[in-house]
Design a protein around this ligand. Structure first.
Ligand code: EPZ
Length: 417
């Protein structure tokens, strides 16, 4: 199995264009099922989760081809509505096909989604939202059999601002006659990007970014070209890498407004930050300081996906920081691996107290999940000596050319087959 080998302590300098957002392009790819024609998605990142999604689209009868930094999807001849288990288990975001297939074909059959081991990954909020719209959903031996039933627009409410359930409800509502009002939706920027794609294709969707989204269903959708937003969590990863290793990096392709909570923490930790509409510049010249408690929360709160990444940077600094993971039940699996690098982290339930040790030391560590793996790379960049990061399959799900990008910024990192 290949692994990254990182010689720590090399400061990062230079400019990097951040790739398109995984958590935006995945629901947008599902939304392409609603369009009986060709869609072109620019700035589509080359990730294993994207490849898995393209495989699902092809299996359903769509054309799905990569052309440089774009993918071309043609769902004109959508024929199937069932997704086999082996494809569904590849990742969790495949559950958004439920709403898209119901909207376009009126039926869907798929198994429960897979995904990172972040604790239980229920889809009760997805099913409740679709049933509230009138869909009939049977759960039979781990598979979901869904029929349009009496799908029609109405007001529905999400008990929790779930990102995926919001996306599923919006896509299903696009196939409901009348107006659907969805209250209590997630406000993540990726939802606004999905709305931007749907509007460009002719759908009447408004309100993304607020707690209520309104959809006037059954609009005539037409082929569209759309540019996917930059990946704010990938950006946070490169910024934390520079914060840990020192130096000065300039990121383009991501709006700083989409990761304000992370930038605030990095500034409090002692980094110098300058931002423009499409650019973030971070300079780190000293050991990172401990900061006020980091509590993960739905957007615009601190993003759970950046929790492990920021923790890895602070673990090698000085001073103490309290983390509280409020979104997922088991998102501290990277802690044991960071401890192997000398980190001093005490976990009690949702809380984790990180006491900076001045500098971590290299070790052989294993990625536990996507962002946990990225956190180990961040830790390795700032550590003394050599770090080997294994189980790269987790990292490839959400980072395009992470090692090459970091090398271009001056890091000593290479993939050892
Ligand atoms: C999306 O996952 C992201 N994935 C996650 O990113 C991200 O961590 C998460 O949103 C929160 O921001 C994609 O967009 C592909 P949720 P999602 O539904 O939609 C519970 C990454 O690293 N819940 O907002 O699955 C759930 O268990 C990934 O890129 C229910 O209880 O997240 C969690 O505790 C990891 N029932 C909380 O809600 C449900 O039906 C938030 O989950 C759905 C969710």
């Amino acid at each position: 199995m290949s692994y990254y080998e990182i010689q720590g302590g090399r400061p990062l300098y230079g400019t990097l264009a951040v790739h398109g957002a995984k958590n935006s392009v995945l629901p947008i790819l599902a939304a392409c099922l609603l369009v009986p024609g060709q869609c072109v998605l620019h700035n589509c990142p080359d990730l294993s989760d994207v490849s898995a999604t393209l495989d699902i689209l092809r299996l359903l009868g769509c054309r799905a081809d990569r052309e440089g930094d774009a993918v071309v999807i043609d769902a004109s001849s959508l024929t199937r509505w069932n997704i086999p288990e082996h494809l569904m288990r590849e990742m969790r975001s495949s559950v958004t096909f439920l709403g898209a297939l119901l909207a376009r074909l009126g039926e869907a059959e798929l198994s429960y989604p897979g995904g990172c081991e972040l604790g239980p990954r229920p889809i009760d909020l997805h099913l409740a939202a679709l049933r509230a719209l009138g869909a009939e959903i049977l759960e039979e031996q781990g598979a979901l059999v869904c029929r349009r039933g009496t799908l029609r627009g109405r007001e529905i409410c999400l008990a929790v601002p779930s990102v995926g359930a919001t996306e599923n409800a919006v896509l299903a509502a696009c196939g409901c006659p009348g107006v659907t009002t969805i209250v209590g939706v997630a406000r993540e920027p990726e939802i606004a990007d999905l709305q931007g794609f749907l509007q460009a294709a002719g759908a009447r969707v408004t309100g993304a970014g607020t707690s209520t989204i309104e959809v006037e269903g059954c609009a005539e959708l037409h082929p569209v070209e759309y540019r996917v937003m930059g990946d704010r969590i990938a950006a946070a990863t490169y910024l934390c890498g520079c914060a840990a290793a020192g130096g000065e990096v300039s990121l383009t392709g991501v709006s700083p407004d989409t990761l304000t909570a992370v930038l605030t923490c990095l500034e409090e930790a002692g980094c110098a930050l300058h931002t423009g509409p499409d650019q973030i510049v971070l300079a780190s010249r000293a050991l990172l300081r401990g900061i006020s408690p980091v509590r993960t929360a739905p957007y615009p709160g601190f993003p759970t996906d950046a929790q492990a990444i920021l923790m890895a940077a602070l673990a090698g600094g000085e001073g103490a920081t309290l983390f509280e993971e409020n979104i997922f039940d088991s998102r501290y699996r990277h802690v044991d691996e960071l401890r192997r690098m000398g980190a001093d982290i005490q976990v009690a339930g949702r809380a984790a107290m990180v006491s900076g040790v001045g500098r971590l030391h290299g070790a052989a560590v294993r990625s536990t999940d996507l962002r946990g793996g990225a956190a180990l790379v961040v830790a390795g960049l700032g550590a003394e000596g050599v770090t080997q990061v294994g189980e790269l399959r987790h990292i490839r799900r959400g980072y395009q050319a992470l090692d090459k990008n970091l090398s271009a910024l001056g890091a000593d990192i290479r993939e050892i087959p």
